[in-house]
Design a protein around this ligand. Structure first.
Ligand code: SGN
Ligand code: CA
Length: 521
């Protein structure tokens, strides 16, 4: 990549160059790269994200950024600490306990270096955020928060419940308010984290009619039968079989107790058959579910895109654009019907890959595109490095700032992955693996001992597991690389020890005030 002539930029913006760099780290929940138009997918052409795309236009779009454990809390914990799940201790959402906030995190380092820090929106790590001068995070629905009537904890002290605005709007307004009222004598680092577009995909009413005059095309792998992929064939995240009535916005019959209506709405989670009316069955029912799902999902994103636009406009009109780094990412990827799925967790591309757009006007040339292999443990190190703050040596992540300044930079040759949570939710076998720019080797080890190998160049959709017919040399070299990574990351436990990690139940102590009084619908 051509090195950017920062001197040229300095001449254009001499005043801002002397100011310290601010950071706005925006993270949505479950936002697939396929649903960001800058990435160019067919679906995103029909549901563009012009404001999120502004970040790529003014900076870089990263095509090979990967999650190390594709699920909410674990991804967030890895981003904060720069360490893999087994090192930071938060490796499962379900029965995985709470995040140990006493650890070193990148926001703490910003704070120690004179930054004002804040986190607003989804947190989902149980314990009260540490390292922030201000925190306002979602607490209801087990820390997921709800789209309507979301409940927040402010600085771990005060609980407030929103009565009117959609969760995206509340978080948007709060971030603008925090920026407007900040101490302007200090630089800032804001983590701006949406609940949207997480399940159960409830958009703001202003978007209800969006996409109502056309249908979205189904992805080419929509009717995948999982041949040669045993773990995948046992999944419970199929659009056809595992979306429940709540997901598809059915209304429970009146007169039911709260408990019964909850049960009625969750019907479908375990593969129970239901149809909204007697005539809709088979292929037509699957198609109907997909349209309902994808439209609500993309409507939630329309709200996020609006909020991102408002933030960028705020930075513009307050003279902050030239000295503020803006990142847009998601806690992991997501399936938009690929392989017939919703949800995430797999090391397959759609859930493994995170969208990552970054603007740093002092360093990154507008319109930059990068295929550099990056892991989520690298984010904090990179942001610190951008700001000229020393990156701690005791973390597993490393800064990818050199990607933007050094044509000869040699980064990672491979990325590592490890997922533990089983069977709830969605019955995805625990697995670990390695991905290079061309190949991906995965080992599913929990209640099976199955290897999968994909040639991403010839089979980008990962439909063809070539493990049993690939050359011995290829398999040996990938296994060698995998075990070296396991050693390097100190994740070289025995299969037995890894199974114990999956089976261990660590109770959450998450304080979820007024849970029973919260209306979710
Ligand atoms: C909820 C969802 C699951 C989802 C997990 C994890 N079910 O439990 O479908 O996989 O969150 O999501 S729901 O019916 O409660 O919506 S994560 O983003 O927090 O990892
Ligand atoms: Ca998530």
């Amino acid at each position: 990549m051509a090195a950017y002539n920062s001197q040229e930029i300095n001449n254009q913006i001499p005043k801002s160059e002397t100011k310290p760099l601010n950071v706005v780290y925006i993270m949505a929940d479950d936002h697939a790269y396929q649903a960001i138009s800058a990435y160019g997918s067919e679906i995103s052409k029909l549901a563009p994200t012009p404001n999120i795309d502004r970040i790529a236009e003014g900076g870089a779009i990263m095509n090979s950024v990967f999650c190390t454990n594709s699920i909410c809390g674990p991804s967030r914990a890895s981003i904060l600490t720069g360490n893999l799940s087994h090192v930071n201790g938060f490796y499962k959402n379900v029965n995985g306990g709470d995040f140990d906030g006493d650890q070193q995190t990148f926001p703490k380092i910003f704070q120690e270096n004179g930054y004002q820090t804040a986190v607003i929106g989804k947190w989902h790590l149980g314990t009260t955020p540490t390292g922030f001068d201000y925190s306002k995070v979602l607490t209801n629905w087990g820390g997921q928060g709800t789209y309507f009537h979301p409940q927040f904890s402010i600085n771990g002290k005060q609980t407030v419940r929103e009565k009117h605005r959609h969760s995206t709007k509340v978080i948007e307004d709060d971030c603008i308010d925090w920026l407007s009222n900040r101490d302007t004598t200090k630089p800032f680092m804001l983590m701006y984290q949406f609940k949207a577009p997480h399940r159960d995909w409830r958009p703001d009413s202003i978007y209800h009619d969006l996409f109502s005059d056309f249908d979205f095309p189904e992805p080419s792998t929509f009717n995948d039968k999982y041949e040669g992929r045993i773990a995948a064939s046992e999944n419970m995240m199929e659009i056809e079989n595992h979306l429940n009535r709540r997901d598809l916005k059915l209304i429970a019959p009146s007169g039911m107790s709260r408990r019964d209506s909850m049960r009625w709405l969750s019907y479908g989670d375990n593969g129970q058959f239901w149809t909204p009316n007697d005539t809709l069955q088979g292929v037509e029912l699957k198609k109907w579910k997909y349209q309902k799902y994808i439209k609500d999902y993309l409507r939630c994103i329309a709200g996020v895109d609006r909020a991102v636009g408002r933030l960028l406009d705020y930075l513009d009109s307050n003279g902050l654009t030239e000295n503020t780094v803006v990142v847009y990412t998601s806690d992991q990827g997501f399936y938009l019907g690929e392989h017939g799925w919703f949800d995430k967790r797999w090391m397959y591309e759609e859930s493994f890959k995170m969208p990552f757009l970054v603007k740093n006007p002092r360093l990154i040339k507008p319109g930059t595109k990068s295929n550099e292999l990056i892991m989520n443990i690298d984010f904090g190190a990179t942001l610190l490095d951008f700001a000229g703050i020393e990156v701690p040596k005791n973390i597993q992540g490393k800064s990818f700032k050199p990607v933007f300044e050094d044509d000869n930079y040699i980064g990672r040759d491979a990325v590592y992955y490890h997922y533990y949570e089983f069977p709830k939710w969605h019955k995805v076998q625990p697995h670990y693996g390695v991905r290079t720019s061309r190949y991906k080797l995965i080992h599913f080890y929990y209640s099976m001992d199955n290897w999968e190998l994909y040639d991403l160049e010839n089979d980008p959709n990962e439909m063809n597991n070539i493990y049993s017919n690939a050359s011995k040399d290829l398999i040996d070299s990938l296994k060698l690389r995998l075990s070296a990574l396991k050693k390097e990351y100190k994740d070289d436990f025995s299969i037995k020890e890894m199974k114990v990690m999956t089976d261990t139940v660590i109770q959450r102590v998450y304080n979820e005030p007024n849970k029973l009084k919260t209306k979710h619908l």
